[in-house]
Design a protein around this ligand. Sequence first.
Ligand code: CAA
Length: 445
Amino acid sequence: MTSVGIDAIEIHTGKLKLDLAETFAPAMDDAPEKYTKGLGLHASSFPDTYEDIVTMGANAAHRLMERKELEPDDIGRIDVATESAFDHSKPVSTYIAGCLEQVFEGDFHHANKGERKFACVAGTQSIDDAYNWIRAGRNRGRAAIVVATDTALYARDDPGESTQGAGAVAMLIDEDPDLVELSKAQGFGSADETDFLKPQQQFPSVDGKRSVNVYLARMREAMIDYQRVGGDIHPDDFRLGPFHTPFPGMVRKAAVLAYRHIIRDTDIEDALADDIGRQPRPEGFDDEEQYREALSEYTDALKETDRYQEWYDRTINPTLSISRQVGNWYTGSVHVARVSGLKALAEAGEDAVGDQLLVGSYGSGAQAEIHVETIQDGWEAELDALNIDEQLDSRYDLDFEEYEDVHDAHNYDEETAVEEFTAPDSEFVFDGWGRMGERQYRYVD
Ligand code: CAA
């Protein structure tokens, strides 16, 4: 076996858009800069009334299969990662397979299907499962489809309302991939945390400020764990660092801590020492609080250095461009970050074959995972095939009252009859309820 990784990716965004600076901020009596500068977000994607996690996931998977000229028999596994599931027993992957069987000859009766749950890290965990299945030689030459799909809606007036989003990412995991090869080495940071959860409820209970700190703590643990198997990391080893992006400001916070960690005891720390000193070490302090203060001062100074800024602009900033326009897609978010970064390299005409990505996934509750990906020969053709720009440009721009209606339309506790805002075209749509309360779907030509 040569290598295993991601052979192809397709993205499907919810077809509605909420402009955060122009529409949401004034209605919330906030400065637009809170969104554009503080959180780093310009807009959120929302599902139209006929869209949900199944339609978005099935539409992404349909395009993926058509583009790669695949038949159901070529697929041995369909896993869906989501934290927006509406059924505690029947997995979303069965609904998606049912949709795909409406448009392809044949069926997925011999494909293993499941649903993965661990908040936003479940998409990466599903890739892991597919990787292990292929590496174990149990795939009979077939590939796996992983779909990360979410409607990341928060209760109205929850602070999380600023970071909402909806969309799906479908990925084909296969041998000898066209896009990226996955590293065998992985690092984990995992702990029982109560920062973001949905105990029998549609919208999350969130301790927002704490969730930010938990993200940083688990990511740090995962990085240390990765280094145990993958060896020391140097900032110049990686062309891109796609991280889970609930909002770009979160990644801005994480990036400087990651950079501080990986430059310790390197030529970069030495080169910066004349300007900002060396990093404080715990053994240099009798008092923990003084050490923390010194570390925080060093981090603030580090953030302002040209060296750090250049690294951030080259390695992290390109991964945030789609997220700025769509908000948080939970399980899909880190996979959107990967696409954003690779898209920027393709648009710049870079020869990136063999370059590496340091990928940081995260799920509340909480677990972070770090691994490395290597860009493969076919990457440019894969990026050229994406139509994400057209999708983003054709979203319907909601005014605030329409946003309120759309939020209600997707709220299980509200009885509403909201008209659709866009006309479905060559896609799967929600088509009402079946006799056992199941959701039903139809393909619209
Ligand atoms: N100009 C510039 N910046 C401004 C500003 C202005 N006029 N007004 C505010 N800001 C800045 C703030 O300083 C802040 O930035 P810093 O944190 O760097 O200081 C930023 O804008 C946001 O402002 P607030 O902190 O006041 O915003 P908030 O109280 O509304 O809460 C939040 C922000 C906690 C992230 C909230 O949106 C939330 O709870 N989100 C959901 C939870 C979440 O996404 N957590 C992330 C980690 S958990 C995870 O990653 C899993 C997941 O996907 C959910």
